[in-house]
Write a protein that binds this ligand. Structure first.
Ligand SMILES: Nc1ncnc2c1ncn2[C@@H]1O[C@H](COP(=O)(O)OP(=O)(O)OP(=O)(O)O)[C@@H](O)[C@H]1O
Length: 887
């Protein structure tokens, strides 16, 4: 209080001495309130703890070991002096670590657990390592159980064996246990009890095989695992691990399995530590059991044949990627694991039609093994495991900071001239009076671009009258950009929006810094702008679910698109979101090229991720349709209804990547100039866009389509019907406004980001948040300079029918997957295109073409509409003959 007073009372002359108020500095001063909670969670605190425990472990170890040699003399002194005298006084002891060392060791050995005290060193060591590394390298609870057992068992058995020795082998605990048990069951009973306990532990831990030797006759296992592991980029599933750990009898050691099998005994010895250590995998200690930390590999890319049809994300199978990851030393576990096994088991490439069989086999093994060891139980799907984290591949990714953005002097709404407000108010009242409309009340809300005058008409005045007089009133008020809202929905008042003489910019930075945005849990939050009442308008693109944007040239459309993209970049990790950018004007979106390896998607084989060529746009849109279909298949197989449920299930590791499951990032398609595309490609563009708009929402594909020319031949009925959310910047005519919004009004906007948003059945006037090109550039640079994926996110391959017209039935030009497709069809005896799509992860078009080629080769019969085709070849040998003939 007094401070405030002093401040206000300061004489004018002293003012210049005060430092200029700088909001950033003020903010910073407030920040350093250190919260205990944060301190406890802080990584550095953990590291300090880690160092402490490691040193404690070393300290105890040295003290204990020294005690073994000095205990006789030191014990004397510990007994003779009180604790205080011993620790504070200057008693001379022999222990290497001085009086404290002697005191601690004595208590651990003599008053404690005897030689078993070394287990404490081990305990401090594992705690220290876990803290330093920052994750559960050692499983603490499991170790605590073993340590407790060890303390009891070792101290008691040492006391039992060394009964009467001077050295406290079993410590006070061992002696007490031994004494009590010997009294209870006698010496022999105690010995038996100790043997039972000892053997039980050994059996539990090593699960010895007591079977008679005839076990050896078990037939050699075919080596189904090796192909899977060696060629599939998705080996790191629990199931696959199970297979690898399965005790394989001698004869089963085929070449391809050698690496894994030879590991088995070692594994068993180390199981409790190894089980959860992805790091060990990096260190190339081949470790097949890695359930909890090895995520399912998200992207399943197909094996060697070129042009992977399935979109893949952290794109693991390319060797460069593996190398790149390896260089890094830190794990992203699964990739290294892949490489690891590739080295260990260079098995022949897996045939595409095999995975189903292999998966089945793995399941079997899984069942066999699950009762045997505790470790295996941890990979049962029912037992909760660490959720898969899709961001692990780019775990060091840093989100762009707000400091990259500008304020544009938009901190405050420019205070409107009260004279202007008064003048406008009087003019409104007078004008309405001229039309015999009297007013009960009038209020004004000053927004960034316009001021809303809200009128409560006198009783008995019909709103429709005011509405009919809209144009006259606007004319009388002789101000540009007036928009009358009669009535304001949900209020029963009439709104008149009058442009401000002084406008204020709404900076995107302010919107992104707002609590509403920061704490939003929306899937795809976009900070669009500010409403008239200065409320921030933040919406979820995923709920919109697609956005149509129109506006005459120079009215703020490009800024609007940047606003949307930058908002998403501030909230999403590269693993969660991919953009498909279509920019026929070639310049508008080129800034985003920098983030290609983080956030962009492209067609396989394309150099440029930003699509400018109409033909490629058509390919890309069709590829997106294929991606959509594939995602629907995945959702269906997973028994989920939308991407949220699906990804939740995937991260809970309830979906098997070997069956093609992968983490699905959201895909946002942005088309900057839709009119150009429709003019050049018409239906070819309209159809896939309409299809995506109709169906893609549930699978996380969302569209933002912008156009300068919102005429009916561009924004057709089909398009409009599927874009419920629409944004209009200023347009040149009422007709355009109707085309885009189904209502006039956009022609009266005042430009520079003034916009109307039609969403959820409401029409809201907003001032679009402003982000300038240099800001976008610095955000893109910030992201682009960080480590990204080896390539952009690859969309499924799309082959244009036209490109292959006339050729497709020619066997010489048959698809490289022809042979494989034939095998799938013959093995399953089912001539269905969707079978090919599912098994070979192909788009509909390619699978359809393959089917035609199979027909031409006489392997399947003709198309029978919705029914599967007849399979004319019944056995694989018959098929082989046909294939040989075709060569
Ligand atoms: N939200 C905004 N706030 C303030 N000024 C804006 C805003 N949006 C746009 N402007 C101003 O309007 C100018 C034109 O905007 P923009 O480039 O986005 O127009 P456009 O509709 O994309 O034009 P074109 O279709 O020709 O590319 C900008 O350079 C900027 O000065």
């Amino acid at each position: 209080m007094s401070k405030n007073k002093l401040k206000t009372e300061k004489p004018e002359s002293k003012k210049p001495k005060a430092p200029a108020p700088n909001p950033d500095v003020l903010k910073k001063d407030k920040e350093p309130e250190v919260k205990v909670k944060e301190l406890v969670k802080d990584e550095r605190t953990h590291k300090v703890m880690g160092v402490f425990f490691l040193l404690l472990s070393v300290y105890c170890f040295i003290a204990f070991t020294s005690y073994l040699f000095t205990w006789e003399d030191d014990q004397d002194k510990v007994f003779r002096y009180s604790t205080k005298e011993l620790l504070i006084g200057d008693v001379k002891v022999d222990n290497l670590l001085g009086r404290l060392g002697a005191y601690v060791s004595h208590n651990f050995f003599y008053n404690g657990v005897g030689i078993a005290a070394y287990l404490f060193c081990y305990f401090f060591f594992i705690i220290g390592v876990n803290f330093i590394v920052g994750r559960r390298v050692f499983r603490v609870w499991r170790n605590v159980k073993y340590i407790i057992f060890g303390l009891l068992f070792i101290s008691m058995s040492m006391a039992f064996v060394a009964n009467g020795a001077d050295f406290p082998w079993g410590g006070a605990l061992g002696n007490a246990l031994d004494k009590w048990t010997s009294g209870f069951v006698g010496k022999t009973g105690t010995a038996l009890l100790l043997l039972v306990a000892g053997f039980s532990w050994l059996i539990w831990k090593f699960n010895f095989n007591f079977k008679w030797p005839e076990k050896k006759v078990k037939p050699p296992k075919p080596a189904p695992v090796a192909p899977v592991v060696a060629t599939s980029p998705v080996p790191a599933t629990p199931a696959a691990n199970m297979q690898a750990t399965a005790p394989v009898p001698e004869p089963a050691r085929g070449n391809s399995l050698k690496g894994n099998v030879s590991m088995a005994p070692q594994l068993q010895e180390e199981e409790e530590e190894v089980e959860e250590i992805p790091m060990q995998l990096i260190e190339k200690e081949v470790e097949p059991v890695m359930p909890a930390h090895v995520p399912y590999m998200p992207p399943v890319a197909p094996t060697p044949p070129p042009q992977p049809p399935v979109a893949k994300m952290p794109a693991p199978p390319e060797p460069e990627m593996i190398e790149e990851e390896e260089e890094e030393e830190e794990d992203p576990g699964p990739l290294l694991y892949v490489e690891e096994v590739l080295e260990e088991a260079p098995a022949p490439p897996k045939k595409r039609n095999q995975p189903e069989e292999v998966a089945f086999e793995i399941k079997e093994t899984f069942k066999d093994e699950e009762d045997d060891t505790e470790e295996l139980a941890t990979v049962r799907p029912t037992v909760p495991v660490d959720p898969y984290d899709p961001s692990l591949d780019l775990r060091d990714y840093r989100y762009p900071g707000l400091d990259l953005l500008e304020n544009h002097n938009a901190d405050k709404i420019i205070v409107q001239d009260t004279g202007e407000l008064e003048k406008n108010k009087n003019q409104i009242i007078d004008t309405l009076k001229n039309y015999d409309i009297s007013i009960q009340k009038i209020s004004a809300t000053v927004g960034p671009t316009v001021t809303l005058y809200e009128i409560v008409p006198a009783a008995g005045v019909r709103i429709s009258r005011i509405k009919n007089l809209e144009d006259d009133i606007a004319l009388s008020l002789s101000a540009l950009g007036i928009r009358i809202i009669a009535p304001i929905p949900g209020k029963g008042t009439i709104g008149i929006e009058v442009p401000n003489v002084k406008k204020s910019i709404v900076s995107l930075k302010n919107l992104l810094a707002s609590e509403k945005f920061q704490s939003s849990t929306m899937d795809l939050p976009i900070a669009l702008g500010k409403k008239i009442d200065n409320e921030n308008f933040i919406a979820d693109l995923a709920k919109m679910p697609h956005l149509l944007m129109a506006g005459a040239t120079g009215q703020g459309k490009s800024v609007g698109i940047n606003t949307l993209l930058v908002s998403l970049l501030y909230k999403k990790h590269p693993s969660q979101l991919k953009f498909v950018l279509v920019d026929p004007k070639k310049v508008e979106l080129s800034l985003y090229k920098l983030i290609e390896k983080h956030f962009l998607a492209k067609l396989p084989g394309e150099d440029d991720a930003i699509i400018t060529d109409t033909k490629k746009v058509i390919h890309t849109l069709n590829a997106l349709c294929i991606e959509m279909d594939l995602r629907y298949d995945l959702l269906k197989e997973a028994g989920t209804r939308n991407i949220r449920e699906y990804n939740a299930k995937f991260t809970q590791r309830r979906l098997n990547p070997q069956k093609g499951h992968r983490y699905l990032p959201f895909i946002v398609l942005v088309v900057d100039e839709f009119a150009d595309l429709i003019m050049t490609a018409g239906k070819e563009v309209e159809m896939p866009i309409a299809r995506l708009a109709q169906l893609a929402r549930a699978v996380g594909i969302h569209l933002i389509i912008a156009t300068q020319r919102p005429s009916v031949n561009i924004i057709t009925g089909t398009i409009k019907a599927n874009f419920p959310a629409r944004v209009a910047f200023k347009v040149s005519s009422k007709i355009d406004s109707r085309t885009i919004l189904d209502i006039g009004g956009a022609e009266q906007l005042i430009g520079q980001g003034d916009m109307l948003v039609s969403f959820n059945g409401e029409l809201v006037r907003l001032q679009c948040a402003f982000v300038d090109t240099p800001e976008v550039e610095s955000v893109a640079e910030f992201i682009g300079h960080q480590k990204g994926y080896p390539d952009a996110f690859l969309l499924p391959e799309y082959v244009d029918d036209k490109d292959t017209d006339g050729k497709e039935l020619s066997l010489a030009d048959r698809d490289p997957l022809f042979e494989e497709a034939a095998q799938v069809i013959v093995q399953n005896q089912q001539g269905s295109t969707s079978l090919l799509q599912r098994r070979m992860k192909l788009g509909y078009n390619r699978a359809g073409r393959l089917m035609d080629q199979l027909e031409a080769a006489g392997i399947v019969g003709p198309n029978m509409g919705s029914k599967a085709r007849d399979v004319l070849v019944k056995t694989e040998s018959e098929l082989q003959e046909i294939l040989n003939d075709l060569l």
